[in-house]
Design a protein. Structure first.
Length: 202
């Protein structure tokens, strides 16, 4: 994947962009950049695989519904994460032309990337990239969403059929209920895309 092309497109769309060869290098950078602030996490296997759930809380106040604390429920943790200084998540699809795509079931992750934080980081492995917007959208719907549904072990057609594609189902257990496309960086806050030349997450 040509990161230089992706970086140029993202910068034209208004994002700051940093690129790294490994998840360890990217994690070290994020730990240097994010220090002494409140941090919210969207549900992200990418962040977990980078060890950020363990490293960032050692010098920041972290709110993640995957690690409820202080007797808080997961929903209370989601709400806390929406009011932090910094928010981190990944992307379900990233087009080489600069569009960022995320699909959500609860809505907290996509909502938190749109408004309310001083800075938002999209941390993205090379496997999330696709040449065009249409292909990035296809990836988000037919690769990322079914794999996440399988991880949650929900009763949906995509899980029953091995996670190979989206059936645009009407199942009550459907997890892909909201889709957000970033055509350009919103004016609400700073946003940075951290590109990593490894396969991470779904």
């Amino acid at each position: 994947m040509d990161f230089a092309k992706v970086q140029a497109a993202l910068e034209q769309h208004g994002y700051a962009v940093t690129t790294f060869a490994t998840k360890e290098d990217a994690a070290a950078y994020l730990n240097r950049e994010i220090d002494g602030v409140s941090v919210g996490f969207g549900g992200s296997m990418t962040l977990r695989e980078m060890g950020l759930h363990e490293s960032l809380p050692t010098h920041n106040e972290l709110w993640s519904h995957w690690e409820p604390r202080d007797g808080a429920t997961p929903d209370e943790m989601r709400k806390k994460a929406m009011t932090t200084d910094v928010y981190l998540c990944s992307a379900n699809g990233l087009a080489e032309t600069g569009e960022i795509i995320n699909i959500d079931g609860t809505g907290n992750r996509v909502a938190s990337t749109l408004f309310g934080h001083k800075k938002v980081y999209f941390v993205v492995g090379r496997n999330k990239l696709a040449p065009t917007y249409d292909e990035a959208l296809w990836r988000a719907r037919n690769i990322a969403a079914p794999k996440n549904a399988m991880r949650f072990n929900v009763k949906t057609p995509c899980v029953a059929n091995g996670g190979g594609k989206c059936f645009d189902c009407k199942s009550p257990a459907r997890i892909c209920k909201a889709l957000v496309v970033f055509w350009d960086k919103p004016t609400c806050c700073d946003m940075e895309v951290v590109l990593i030349d490894e396969d991470l997450g779904y």
